[in-house]
Design a protein around this ligand. Sequence first.
Ligand code: 13P
Length: 249
Amino acid sequence: MRRKIIAGNWKMNLKYDEAKVLAAAICEGEGTYRHDVILCPSFLYLTALAEILKGSKVALGAQNCADREHGAFTGEVSAPMLASIGVPYVIIGHSERRIYYHESHAMLKDKIDIALAHGLKPIFCCGETKEIRLDEQQENYVERQLEDSLFHLSEDDIQRVIIAYEPVWAIGTGLTATPQQAQDMHHFIRTRIAARYGRDIAERIIIQYGGSMKPDNAAELLSQPDVDGGLIGGASLKADDFKAIIGAV
Ligand code: 13P
């Protein structure tokens, strides 16, 4: 039985004090949480939040890392830097990075490799745009994303990756994939992993859903057999909403 992991991607939101208050509020409820919880704040707040989360089961993740290990890359934050402050998770390949910052499949492959080499666990995002879905090409598209950035990994390394299926058309739009659409794609992703790595490994990989997950749709999404948690944007910025999602199934 796979455990479910609920991660909050705070994106470029919250001032410092607001972030600390929200992290403390999420920690407070942890005795009642049945799922693993990860918070992904701005890089700037990671060390302060690590102090607040110390001793709790709520883990930290970064929202991105560089595709190089170190050097003259002004403004970048590297995987070894994140590892050096004890951050266990890093989101890689979010559609906002792909679209606004032109991150290619090859670049994301490098990020995945560097993150894993430094002991971080990547949360690898994939998912199609509205046009691709209207064209009914979503499976081909997601398969390409997996093949180009993930499927070079060894059997050991692929098991350290969380996959987040985030249809671009559902992110921040209020449009959510129906539970059946989410289940169909998660099942498809698992069959592709099985074809590459075998059934046992495929059954162990966590596949989260992201895209307008809210307290009122979380239970139905999370009860799908291949949906192993959520990657939550907007609703992770409100303690009550995020806690309701954590408690949903
Ligand atoms: P929303 O929950 O705001 O749609 O964002 C999802 C997301 O992009 C999480 O990474």
